[in-house]
Design a protein around this ligand. Structure first.
Ligand SMILES: [Zn+2]
Length: 240
């Protein structure tokens, strides 16, 4: 048996070089792939960083919104109490019957607009005076005895009497023509007759005493105290 002769030394070296070259190529390939991976990872990390930045901005915005909403809620705190207080004030201003209709459908009396005596002329003035005269003749003189009798026939020539009779008549209507009578209505009626009417009647009497519409009177016109103490005689005035 003879030994098989090995390859010549030169061939062995060439084979080794070839293998080394292949390893080097593989290593280069691996290096290349590793570089690509590194680049991909770097890009991925950049994307993640960008996402994190966006999320941070969103969180900041949400915090701002929450802060704003908290401020709004804080400003609303106590609003319900304010609304309740205003509602109470309105309820006190509006009559107990709601200012509209009572159960029977009747409306309470609504005062007319204030006559502007200081600038009313001719027809407007005559119309306003006619309204007062109707109340004086239908309600005041028939109903309020000696106090009403103190009203001078020339009352329509005295602005003070016009102002006075206006509120006197309107207030009378408010407290007497309201269909649903309440304790407040009753108090208003008593106040009108026992306090306001005597004061108003005396003011108008003072205004018209010895006025330019009065003919020289033989006797002094009576004061309230005289009228109330003279046995109920209605004061006499000369016609104007
Ligand atoms: Zn007069």
């Amino acid at each position: 048996m003879t030994a098989t002769p090995g390859p010549p030394a030169g061939d062995a070296i060439a084979a080794a070089l070839l293998q080394i070259t292949r390893h080097a190529e593989r290593l280069a390939l691996l290096d290349d792939r590793e570089a690509q991976h590194y680049q991909q990872i770097t890009e991925r990390l950049r994307e993640i960083a960008a996402c994190l930045s966006e999320m941070s901005t969103c969180v900041d915005a949400a915090e701002g919104t929450i802060t704003d909403q908290a401020a709004i809620l804080a400003s609303l705190d106590g609003l319900d109490e304010q609304v309740a207080a205003i509602a109470t004030q309105l309820a006190e201003l509006v009559p107990a019957d709601g200012g509209n209709q009572d159960e029977g459908g009747a409306k309470p009396y609504q005062p007319i607009p204030t006559p502007q005596w200081w600038k009313l002329e001719r027809d407007g003035r005559a119309e306003a005076i006619a309204r007062l005269r109707a109340w004086v003749e239908m309600i005041y003189l028939p109903g309020y005895g000696r106090l009403a009798a103190m009203l001078a026939p020339c009352w329509d020539h005295h602005p003070l009497c016009l102002y006075t009779l206006d509120w006197l008549a309107e207030l009378w209507s408010v407290v007497h023509l309201t269909p649903h009578r309440t304790a407040a209505t009753l108090a208003g009626q008593s106040e009108w007759q026992t306090r306001l009417l005597p004061a108003a009647a005396e003011q108008m009497l003072m205004e018209t005493t010895k006025c330019e519409h009065t003919q020289p009177a033989p006797t002094r016109r009576p004061a309230v105290a005289d009228i109330l103490g003279n046995g109920g005689q209605r004061p006499q005035r000369p016609a104007t």
